[in-house]
Design a protein around this ligand. Structure first.
Ligand code: PLP
Length: 384
């Protein structure tokens, strides 16, 4: 049975994996080597230099391709290195239409690195995909979507955006870091490129920084591979191994993230001191129906605001939390809390940030897989 025919919960464990040819090791060995012996110039066994390729990285790249229902995977030194490779497909004069409410580091990469090379980015709300069309012209080469968005948990209809991208001959890339392929598979909905910060749910244990891309099209894969090799921000063998190990439990972790997410979103919504909870599982979430259709569960990311609170109140709450660790990042087994305005989104100017709802009072939770009663008790004591 080829791993293509497997169901998702088996692909996480077996997708693109084979026992090692040398000794039958069940886990891909960590090939901690920069180079490979050749019998004659060019006479090698498929690997010649570890920037160009490394067997442990190949195992991860195959696994990524398998779980995202793609054909080609590429693993990078970080999520941002993966994004950097995608934008390097473009030329000066090209334009990109991007989600406005996106990971702060993505915004910084677009604005502060690539704009100076003559690429123009339009940051817009995409909850109504019809709005995107007004920003597409002859120079538009790429649409960049993040859904659910970070940290406002807006939902963008991937199928609708991909139909529009196709109509205009524009590439569509989806940052699938928050949802993971357990929850949504953008390539099946028509996206051309899926991007991951594998640092988050795919790795799942807050012990590694890695990025990934998955595509179906061979020509696109070749162009991205050329950039990966030419620019060199590759994922090392040890880090590849750690993410491979993480992916093996992705489905069981995501199931619990989903369950704990439901319980915590409802706890917060019912709490008398809470003003607003941002979570796509609520029926009154503006794009709840799209979320229900394109996602399997609503994940463990939740943002909220307490009544009448300001910057200082939000800081007090995140400082009081004990089981939720105050930290950047998300998607690990342990629960984390963050204050987007001063942490993940500090690199976005205040007016720009507040336009998309990232106000000073906003708190973001990455709900882990601990016992949910303990998590709720911690929130209870911190919110007071
Ligand atoms: C963390 C993150 C990134 C950047 O990934 P790194 O691995 O930190 O470089 C991009 N997008 C989203 C949604 C993220 O959460």
């Amino acid at each position: 049975m080829g791993s293509k025919d497997l169901k998702f919960n088996s692909k996480t464990i077996h997708g693109g994996q084979h026992p090692d040819k040398a000794y039958g090791a069940v886990m891909p060995p960590i090939y901690q080597t920069s180079t490979y012996a050749q019998t004659t110039p060019g006479g090698h066994k498929g690997f010649e230099y570890s920037r160009s390729g490394n067997p442990t990285r190949t195992a991860l790249e195959n696994s990524l391709a398998s779980i995202e229902n793609g054909k080609y995977g590429l693993a990078f030194a970080s999520g941002l290195a993966a994004m950097d490779a995608v934008i390097k497909l473009l030329n000066p004069g090209d334009e990109v239409v991007s989600t406005n409410d996106l990971y702060g580091g993505s915004y910084r990469l677009f604005k502060q690195i690539f704009e100076k090379y003559g690429i123009t980015f339009h940051f817009i709300g995409m909850q109504d995909p019809g709005k995107i069309e007004g920003y597409i012209n002859d120079k538009t080469k790429l649409i960049w979507v993040e859904t659910p968005t970070n940290p406002m948990m807006n939902i963008i209809n991937i199928k609708a955006v991909s139909d529009m991208a196709r109509k205009h001959g524009v590439l569509l890339a989806v940052d699938n870091t928050f949802a993971t392929p357990y929850i949504q598979q953008p390539l099946d909905l028509g996206a051309d490129i899926v991007m991951h910060s594998a640092t988050k749910y795919l790795g799942g244990h807050s012990d590694v920084v890695v990025g990934g891309l998955v595509v179906k099209d061979k020509t696109l894969a070749d162009k991205l591979y050329f950039i990966q090799n030419a620019s060199g921000a590759v994922c090392g063998p040890m880090d590849s191994f750690l993410v491979l190990r993480g992916i093996k439990t992705l489905h069981v972790r995501m199931q619990r993230h989903n369950e704990n997410g439901i319980a915590i979103a409802n706890f917060l919504a019912d709490h008398p001191k809470i003003e607003k909870v941002y979570w796509p599982g609520f029926e009154d979430h503006p794009n709840h129906n799209v979320a229900k259709e394109q996602m399997k569960g609503f994940g463990g990311m939740i943002s909220f605001i307490t009544k009448g609170s300001n910057y200082d109140d939000a800081i007090k709450i995140v400082e009081k939390l004990q089981l939720f660790t105050l930290a950047e990042s998300l998607g690990g087994v342990e629960s984390l809390a963050g204050h987007p305005a001063s942490m993940t989104h500090a690199s976005i100017p205040k007016e720009e940030r507040e336009k998309s709802g990232v106000v000073d009072a906003l708190i973001r939770l990455s709900v882990g897989i601990e016992d949910v009663d303990d998590l709720i008790a911690d929130l209870e004591q911190a919110i007071g």
